[in-house]
Design a protein around this ligand. Structure first.
Ligand code: PHE
Length: 334
């Protein structure tokens, strides 16, 4: 087949290109390394040197010419394709993230305490043993150092621990601030526990601490009641049950009249009419001393509240492990 024939054929084909498939097959058939134009060079191979030269030049010229026409065609084609885009079509919806339910509830709790004059502060999650235990009146050998009430402690190489409770921040801030002190410390705590629907090795607490000259249990009760009423957006009744924490004296377990059955007894409150909601008490004089303050002059109350549990109550979530599951179907609901 001679050069002129191939040229005619190629130009013809180019003329009739209708879509990107035609465009691609033309490129493959004529312009690629194994295409018809390259093929022509095999004719030249065995010719005498002078003819080789002229024919070679002709083939090169042809290749150039065809390629130019091809490129123009390709350009037209892209332009046409662009014009096909329908700008009136609605845009694809963007996948928006949302705040984690725990974050939403934490912020709501912070908002309420801030309205009552508390400042939001943070403490380290990697804590030294002194702040996590000793400063809180839990000396070496004390059963609470590794008791069930605290869960088991994660010890790190070098002697630090992952804090088992946000209470570890109490003494840090007593040393840092001057009374009156009114702080809340929201954050992660860690306990080495077997997990189930209501236990996690990593969950959230919110610590409260108030230190001033004349502070009583009545103040503690009033602040907690006010907080719970704001949080649950309804009237609530609370009761203080005697309990034990090494860092408070007296210590209480604070229960709330069950909001599901109004105290009549139901599955949510295990038929008792009351739901345990937080631990609290009057700050132990030893702890005030460890904070560098005079326990004869200053008194205070402290409380510790799970953030996970009220979140589960509010959104009716029945398994605490969902919070860290990374399951988007779960998270998208909030
Ligand atoms: N830190 C206690 C707990 O984790 C709660 C608590 C905080 C109790 C402050 C009394 C005072 O259970």
């Amino acid at each position: 087949m001679d050069i002129e024939n191939i040229k005619k054929e190629a130009l013809d084909k180019l003329e009739n290109i209708k879509d990107s498939v035609d465009l691609e097959s033309f490129k493959r058939d004529y312009l690629s390394k194994k295409g018809k134009i390259r093929d022509l060079f095999s004719l030249v191979k065995d010719l005498p040197i002078e003819e080789k030269k002229t024919l070679g030049q002709k083939i090169n010229q042809l290749a150039q010419e065809i390629e130019e026409v091809f490129l123009l065609k390709e350009k037209d084609f892209i332009k046409e394709k662009k014009e096909e885009i329908d700008l009136t079509l609605p845009a694809k919806p963007t996948d928006l993230g949302s705040l984690h339910p725990i974050t939403q509830i934490r912020r709501e709790m912070e908002r309420i305490f801030q309205l009552m004059g508390f400042s939001v502060v943070e403490g380290p999650e990697i804590e030294d043993e002194w702040h996590n235990f000793d400063a809180l009146n839990i000396p070496e050998g004390h059963p609470a150092r590794d008791a069930l009430s605290l869960g088991k402690t994660f010890y790190l190489k070098g002697g630090n621990v992952l804090r088992t409770q946000t209470s570890s921040a109490q003494v840090r801030y007593m040393k840092k601030m001057k009374p009156p002190i009114r702080i809340i410390v929201p954050g992660k705590v860690y306990r080495y526990e077997t997990t189930d629907a209501s236990h996690e090795t990593n969950f959230f607490q919110l610590e409260g601490l108030l230190i001033d000259e004349n502070v009583s249990v009545a103040n503690l009760k009033a602040v907690l009641k006010k907080f719970l009423e704001e949080f649950f957006k309804r009237e609530v009744e609370i009761r203080l049950r005697p309990s034990y924490f090494p860092f408070t004296e007296p210590s209480f377990e604070v229960d709330m009249l069950c909001t599901v059955c109004d105290g009549k007894g139901c599955a949510a409150c295990k038929r008792t009419g009351w739901v345990e909601i937080l631990g609290a008490g009057m700050v132990h004089p030893n702890v005030i001393k460890n904070g560098g303050l005079d326990p004869k002059k200053y008194k205070g109350f402290a409380f510790g509240l799970s953030i996970d549990r009220p979140t589960m109550m509010k959104y009716k979530i029945n398994d605490i492990r969902l919070f860290h599951s990374g399951n988007l179907n779960f998270l998208k609901q909030f």
